[in-house]
Design a binder for this molecule. Structure first.
Ligand code: ADP
Length: 456
């Protein structure tokens, strides 16, 4: 396939588009994955922070009496609190009640008055000069050392519901950021590697997808060459006959009749070849609109035995039928084609059987199948040729078959007819012992047979 420029170019183009489409899908998936992970982490962070901030807020509000004033009991809730006016209080014993102790380290708390003045702080605060209050519920801030923090701001009230000020709870998000950076890095490194793998896979898949197309392309090429070769022989013979006639100074009536008979023979051969080719091409298009009717296999076999009796006699071959079933074996099909199928098999059997040999057509009927065997005691077919005899223009022995007038299309047509009737065609053969062609057709159910006979 790679030697053929058209197929090579198509394969490259197909692989390229595969890779582009797969690459875009992979990139979109990677981006989607990153967004989903980042969103899940930021949601988890928000929930964690919200839980801490609201718990602290509810606890503090129960202990605040005066606006902007911290009651001593507050230090039970906030460990190591640093009050702007008085300095830091160092708690020795850490009580279970300290809400922030229950959460990871890295949290900080800031308490602001109503006018935004900083009152107290606790925990690992951002290293920033600006102590202004930002009242937005959620914020992400960067401190002077480049660390990022996420924080939540809530209003605080005293026990008797007067405005106390504001509570800000936040935490360092370096761990979340570094995790997301690791995810981003692995995607950035993984994506080009995946793209390279996709490119290789695309090349391989494109080859795989094109293999059957290439095979049928080769078959068509072979078929065209074989058909041209077969057509050339009778055409060349006709041409030679006509040229020889033109060279004759005068022609008597007897010679003219002989020449015309030769041309007629060659013309007949051409016509039958063209008819066979047309038939095969119609089968190939699968658009063949067969007229189907109820066909009796018993009748077809009887007719053909009668038709080919003379041929068998002149070939000194015994032709007979064995119909063991005593009822009509019917199938739905095209009788013209069924005649063609069995005559191809019977003619072959007679032609490839030596004088004093025997050709038997056997009809059997099973539960759901009808079986027709065309059996001869002829020259047989070598085992290595068995799988090829149904190929178009294939002849086991070219010279021998040409002598019989065969073009190598007979069995290909027989096979196409069997397939179009949903049947199967098998071949058993042994050199110098004979061949048996076994045709099987699905049998028409008796109830359907009655309906069809009644024309329903
Ligand atoms: P042809 O028209 O040349 O007979 P077919 O397609 O009918 O072409 O058959 C293909 C080949 O199979 C023939 O060339 C012949 O060699 C072989 N063949 C077919 N039927 C028989 C048979 N009954 N016995 C032996 N050889 C056979």
């Amino acid at each position: 396939m790679n030697q053929n420029k058209l197929f090579q170019r198509t394969r490259i183009r197909l692989a390229f588009w595969y890779a582009i489409v797969m690459g875009l899908i992979l990139t979109a998936c990677g981006f989607g994955f990153y967004t989903a992970v980042s969103h899940a982490h930021s949601e988890a962070l928000d929930r964690e922070l919200e839980f801490a901030a609201k718990s602290l807020h509810n606890n503090l509000e129960l202990k605040l009496n005066q606006p902007e004033k911290l009651s001593p009991i507050v230090k039970e809730v906030l460990p190591n609190i640093c009050v702007v006016e008085t300095g830091c209080i160092s708690e020795k014993s850490v009580s279970q009640r300290h809400i922030l102790n229950a959460i990871n380290q890295g949290y900080y708390v800031r308490l602001f008055g109503n006018s935004g003045n900083l009152i107290a702080t606790s925990g690992s605060l951002p290293q920033t000069q600006s102590l202004d209050l930002n009242k937005k519920l959620w914020q992400t801030i960067e401190d002077d050392t480049g660390n990022f923090y996420h924080q939540m701001s809530l209003e605080l009230h005293t026990k008797d519901n007067r405005d106390w000020g504001y509570l800000q709870v936040g935490r360092n998000i370096a761990d979340v950021n570094s995790y997301m950076d690791a995810v981003k890095l692995s995607l950035l490194v993984g994506l080009p590697i995946a793209m390279m793998m996709v490119a290789f896979a695309s090349w391989w898949l494109a080859g795989l997808a094109m293999r059957p197309i290439y095979q049928s392309y080769r078959q068509i090429q072979q078929f065209t060459a074989d058909a041209a070769h077969e057509l050339r022989t009778p055409l060349a013979a006709t041409q030679a006959t006509i040229e020889s006639v033109l060279l004759m100074p005068d022609l008597d009536i007897k010679e003219a009749w002989d020449i015309l008979a030769t041309i007629k023979r060659q013309n007949q051969r051409l016509t039958s070849l063209v008819v066979d080719l047309l038939m095969l091409s119609r089968f190939d298009r699968e658009s063949i609109d067969l007229q189907r009717e109820l066909c009796s296999l018993n009748d077809i076999i009887d007719d053909l035995i009668e038709e080919f009796a003379a041929m068998a006699i002149s070939a000194k071959v015994t032709l007979k039928s064995e119909i063991s079933v005593h009822k009509d074996v019917n199938i739905i099909g095209n009788s013209e084609q069924l005649y063609r199928l069995f005559s191809n098999l019977i003619v072959n059997a007679i032609q490839y059987t030596l004088p004093s040999g025997e050709v038997t057509v056997i009809l059997d009927s099973y539960e759901s199948d009808a079986e027709i065997r065309v059996k001869d005691t002829g020259i047989g077919i070598p085992t290595q040729e068995l799988s090829h005899v149904f190929d178009r223009f294939y002849r086991v022995n070219s010279d021998r078959s040409r002598h019989t007038g065969g073009s190598g299309l007979g069995l290909a047509i027989a096979k196409a007819i069997v397939v179009s009737h949903h049947g199967s065609l098998e071949l058993q053969s042994e050199v110098n012992k004979g061949s048996t062609f076994i045709v099987t057709f699905p049998l028409l159910q008796p109830s359907r047979t009655i309906l069809i006979k009644k024309g329903l």
